[in-house]
Ligand binder design. Structure first.
Ligand SMILES: *[C@@H]1O[C@H](CO)[C@@H](O)[C@H](O)[C@H]1NC(C)=O
Ligand SMILES: *[C@@H]1O[C@H](CO)[C@@H](O)[C@H](O)[C@H]1NC(C)=O
Ligand SMILES: *[C@@H]1O[C@H](CO)[C@@H](O)[C@H](O)[C@H]1NC(C)=O
Length: 358
């Protein structure tokens, strides 16, 4: 046990107790959509939801990686904070094991996220994205084949974020939804509940769930008939908030429902609203339009596609492209989730989650 005197001297020297504890994270496993996708769609040649062309990736990797931003995602930043290498996309790892360029699946975790996917099986099926349920199946197959060490799962954090595409598509003119908004959100949450059951059964013990951001504020809303341009799309954000509330309730139920598991809920929505309310404090000059794109709000054309323009300083923009935050936005969110207070991430921040032994 640390004596109070030792503790005091460490504090005087500028150390905190958590800085001297070793982080108990060797791997990160990630599930979700384009917020997290590190290139799975790129390695899926049938898939038409892609960001594997310039200027994606230009600010950090200096080439496109399949990530839907100009640099690192939140999971990339958290990996760096933890001190492990960025995870490969599952499909890349699978190809490398199959073609013999690597012997084993990576020991620092795997990224299963697929841009365009949702929590509902049919969301963007026509784009050949990998639905959440299939992502889980890919993970399960690796476990069943003993490709992932069971012990490693104890030393892992699991990340989940999905739902934006389901809700955005609810408002697409060609898909007339059969469910009302409440029933649709409930159907989404049922899928998330099943995902939690499964991931726990497969060995996940530290589970980090991110809320959706204000999807009704993305520049791509300009594509939707009836959506306002001068403000966020209220009907969409109402569904997002209701989904987020359900998500937080699911996270709160983790300790009682899943013995030995810990869940944290990261309030992306509130953080992004803060950035929009006081942009200057966070270094933003523009929180409404895409840095890279074209048309109304830069939201009518995907970054990199014919007719696009790109802003000179992406760090000054909340949005990199029509749907996605800039690396600067992801960096800020990552720092807040790493060491922030319960108003942003609860009941633990990621640094405390990383220090836990489960
Ligand atoms: C791509 O489509 C072909 C033809 O439908 C199919 O055989 C193949 O399995 C698909 N590949 C992936 C990665 O889904
Ligand atoms: C194996 O796949 C990886 C990833 O696509 C590629 O970079 C590498 O060149 C391939 N190796 C062989 C021997 O085909
Ligand atoms: C944000 O950037 C877009 C595109 O460059 C521009 O048209 C718009 O006026 C900017 N908005 C603000 C508030 O600066």
């Amino acid at each position: 046990m640390e004596s109070p005197a030792l503790l005091l001297s460490l504090l005087v020297l500028g150390f905190s107790t958590s800085a001297i504890a070793t982080l108990n994270v060797r791997a990160i496993f990630t599930f979700g959509d384009s917020i997290f996708d590190a290139g799975n769609n790129h390695f899926n040649k049938n898939c038409t939801a892609q960001a594997d062309f310039p200027p994606y990736g230009s600010s950090f990797f200096h080439h496109s990686t399949g990530r839907f931003t100009n640099g690192r995602t939140v999971v990339d930043f958290i990996s760096q904070f933890v001190g492990i290498e960025l995870q490969k996309p599952y499909l890349q790892a699978q190809i490398e094991v199959a073609n013999g360029s690597t012997k084993d699946y990576p020991s620092n975790g795997i990224n299963f996220a697929s841009a365009g996917s949702g929590v509902l099986l049919d969301t963007n099926k026509d784009l050949a994205v990998i639905p959440l349920q299939d992502q889980l199946q890919q993970f399960q197959t690796l476990i069943d084949q003993n490709q992932i060490d069971k012990q490693l799962l104890q030393n892992s954090i699991f990340f989940f974020e999905s739902g934006s595409n389901d809700i955005f598509n609810y408002f697409l003119p060609l898909d007339t939804p059969t469910l009302n908004p409440d029933a649709y959100v409930q159907a989404m949450l049922t899928q998330v509940g099943q995902f939690m059951d499964q991931i726990y059964k497969l060995g996940a013990r530290r589970i980090s769930v991110f809320s959706l951001g204000p999807v009704g504020c993305v520049p791509a809303r300009a594509l939707l008939p009836g959506a306002p341009v001068d403000r966020c799309f209220g009907k969409m954000d109402k569904m997002v908030k209701s989904y987020n509330q359900g998500l937080e309730n699911l996270v709160k139920s983790i300790p009682s429902k899943y013995p030995g598991a810990v869940g944290v809920y990261g309030a992306v929505y509130d953080i992004v609203q803060l950035f929009r309310a006081i942009p200057q404090r966070y270094g933003f000059l523009n929180v409404s339009s895409a840095c890279c794109g074209d048309g109304t709000l830069g939201g009518l054309v995907q970054c990199g596609k014919e007719g696009y323009t790109v802003c000179p300083n992406p760090d000054q923009f909340l949005f990199w492209d029509y749907f996605h935050p800039s690396e600067h936005t992801y960096n800020l969110i990552s720092k807040i989730f790493w060491s922030g207070t319960q108003s942003r991430i609860r009941p633990l921040n990621l640094k405390d989650l990383a220090n836990l032994t489960v």
